[in-house]
Design a binder for this molecule. Structure first.
Ligand code: CMP
Length: 143
């Protein structure tokens, strides 16, 4: 069973898309393990986006992600890392296909509503950056 880190970005929170995004993840069959509405500090933003430091979009990206609340989540499921990225759609808004979250709701590459880990290594690092072990809930879905 895999875990991934997904985050509704400030644009998604402010546009009232948390529920729509969670609905898609739930209906796909993934299980929520942790979630919280929070502000991202500059320090956490710089840690989270360290791989992009020096790129032309880095500074505006850090400013954007710290500009308002995000909804941070950990989801579980078989191949949840790759499958949730398919549900999200491509980063570039011109390549995000309708039917995906970004393809349906995003029209800007920075303001692209959602972040998702791109590998097991990223998922482990990002989950540890955003969540403490006691914030997880494990449960069986038997209803
Ligand atoms: P995310 O999946 O969080 O990973 C890095 C983020 O940087 C990306 O989503 C976008 O929000 C942003 N980003 C990536 N490329 C560009 C770009 N060319 N212009 C503006 N923002 C970008």
């Amino acid at each position: 069973m895999e875990r991934t880190f997904l985050m509704v970005k400030p644009d998604g929170v402010q546009r009232g898309l948390i529920g729509e995004i969670m609905r898609r993840l739930e209906r796909k069959g993934f299980q929520l393990a942790a979630a919280k509405l929070m502000m991202v500090s500059k320090e956490l933003a710089e840690l989270h986006y360290a791989e992009h430091k020096g790129k032309d979009f880095y500074e505006p990206l850090v400013e954007f992600i710290t500009s308002g609340p995000v909804f941070a989540m950990v989801w579980e499921g078989d191949q949840v890392i790759a499958l949730s990225r398919i549900l999200m759609g491509k980063t570039n808004c011109l390549e995000a296909i309708p039917g995906t979250i970004r393809g349906d709701y995003a029209s800007h590459t920075r303001f692209n509503l959602i972040h998702g880990s791109d590998s097991p290594e990223s998922a482990a690092r990002e989950i540890a950056n955003f969540f403490r072990p006691e914030e997880f809930v494990t449960y069986n879905r038997d209803i």
